[in-house]
Design a protein around this ligand. Structure first.
Ligand code: AMP
Length: 419
């Protein structure tokens, strides 16, 4: 299969050739012809499958422009859950559209709204926006009545982040006849419910097995005691000479603490989480991409959609609170057919969470011990039992009591605010 056979037009073909896109990926083969045929699409695709080009290329083709600058109308909207993903999509689409006369703007929170309004006044064809900021612009007069294509990228994540109100508010503002493309990494009930509301006779497209991790990723877990996790993390990065590694923590606090520990081991690190300003996150990500430092520590919220090409390693320093986030995390590596390795550091408290993850991805993760970092077999069983109580509480939707937290000795476990 080739992009040409899928019906992709010449200006786009020459642009993606420069990006070394030789053959289309599965999601691209399945989605591009449907989007070009103006169908509504419900696609389940994770980051790393080539989903941005799957909606981006046919969208650009459909909206190719012939009008003069002053007559530009906003005809395409892409909603993204995070600013980072919005910027990434903008970067990708700008590359794809380099031989076309299209103005593409990015409207994200945390940036000067008046500056964005000036850009809009100059005339744009496509915007990539976070849901709240799009509504703000609408309220300030942005005309949505000419929109032909509406894309929701990582719709599951948008719903997890509580953007359902904004999406429900945006949908009726669009003209009756428009094409909607919904991309989601998972096929959750929430997403299905939303799809019924906003999609019209959708075509279903799947890039890979439901909730499966990408096949080219080698997944391994190392058992270790909680208080030796940072040392093991530093040891793995140093001894295996990892060139570029993304390390995930569950909370902002543990991200900051880990960075301090890794620095003590002489590793140069950057950190991205919800407390960092947008400018700071963008700068850190580009420094990481340029190789200024080799370790990037991130929380789940900040990491979603980060596109780092050829990323060979991901370390789960702490498992995510939501099993689906494991799939998103390891999706940072092994992208578009390249090999990657996802390493999870498991302490005694992760025992139950890893089982939830294995159930979700439908496979067992190999568990090993690194010499010199063997877990202490005398760790009190009481702790394990505490964790079990906590896990059961979680399943029943109850919050563990203060008394329970007092029992546990793991300081990271007490911090539950996600970053
Ligand atoms: P995405 O899933 O859109 O985040 O894309 C993942 C990565 O794969 C990005 O670095 C893309 O530039 C790259 N990519 C997308 N499609 C292709 C393709 N057909 N061939 C090679 N690389 C691709």
């Amino acid at each position: 299969m080739s992009f040409e056979k899928l019906g992709v037009m010449k200006p786009l073909l020459s642009a993606i050739k420069e990006l070394d896109y030789e053959y289309p990926t599965t999601i691209q083969i399945r989605a591009i012809p449907l989007v070009l045929a103006k169908q509504d699409v419900f696609a389940t695709a994770q980051t790393g499958t080539g989903k941005t080009a799957a909606f981006g290329l046919p969208m650009l083709q459909r909206l190719r422009n012939t009008s003069a600058d002053e007559n530009r109308l906003l005809r395409g909207i892409i909603l993204s859950p995070t600013r980072e993903l919005a910027l990434q999509i903008h970067e990708d689409l700008t590359h794809f559209a380099k031989n076309m006369k299209l103005n593409i703007a990015v409207l994200v929170g945390g940036k000067d709204i008046e500056y964005q309004q000036r850009i809009l006044k100059e005339g744009v064809d496509i915007v990539i926006a976070t849901p709240g900021r799009l509504i703000e612009h609408y309220e300030k007069g942005l005309d949505l009545s000419n929109v032909e294509i509406f894309v929701l990228d990582e719709a599951d994540r948008m719903l997890d982040m509580g953007f359902v109100k904004e999406i429900r508010k945006t949908h009726p503002l669009l003209p009756k006849r428009h094409q909607t493309l919904l991309f989601s990494a998972t096929y959750s009930d929430k997403v299905r419910k939303l799809s019924k509301l906003i999609l019209n006779k959708p075509q279903f497209v799947e890039s890979s097995k439901k909730n499966s991790t990408v096949d080219t990723i080698n997944q391994i877990a190392y058992m270790v005691d909680t208080d030796r996790k940072a040392a093991l993390c530093a040891y793995l990065i140093g001894s295996r000479n990892f060139r570029q590694v993304l390390v995930f923590t569950k909370t902002k606090k543990s991200a900051d603490e880990l960075v301090q520990e890794l620095k003590k081991d002489g590793l140069k690190c950057g950190v991205i989480h919800g407390d960092k300003t947008q400018a700071n996150r963008t700068k850190t990500l580009s420094q990481f991409k340029e190789g200024d430092f080799k370790v990037l520590v991130a929380t789940d919220i900040a990491s979603r959609g980060l596109d780092i090409e050829h990323l060979p390693y991901v370390i789960n320093y702490e498992l995510p609170g939501i099993p689906e986030d494991y799939v998103h995390r390891v999706g940072r590596t092994g992208r578009a057919g390249r090999k990657g390795e996802a390493i999870s550091l498991l302490d005694i408290y992760d025992k139950y969470d890893i089982k939830d993850i294995e159930r979700l991805i439908g496979q067992k993760i190999l568990k090993e011990v690194v010499e010199g970092f063997e877990p202490d077999p005398n760790i009190r069983r009481k702790d394990v039992e505490d964790v079990k109580i906590k896990s059961e509480h979680k399943k029943e939707g109850k919050k563990p009591t203060k008394k329970h937290y007092k029992k546990t000795t793991n300081k990271h476990r007490r911090v539950t605010k996600r970053g």
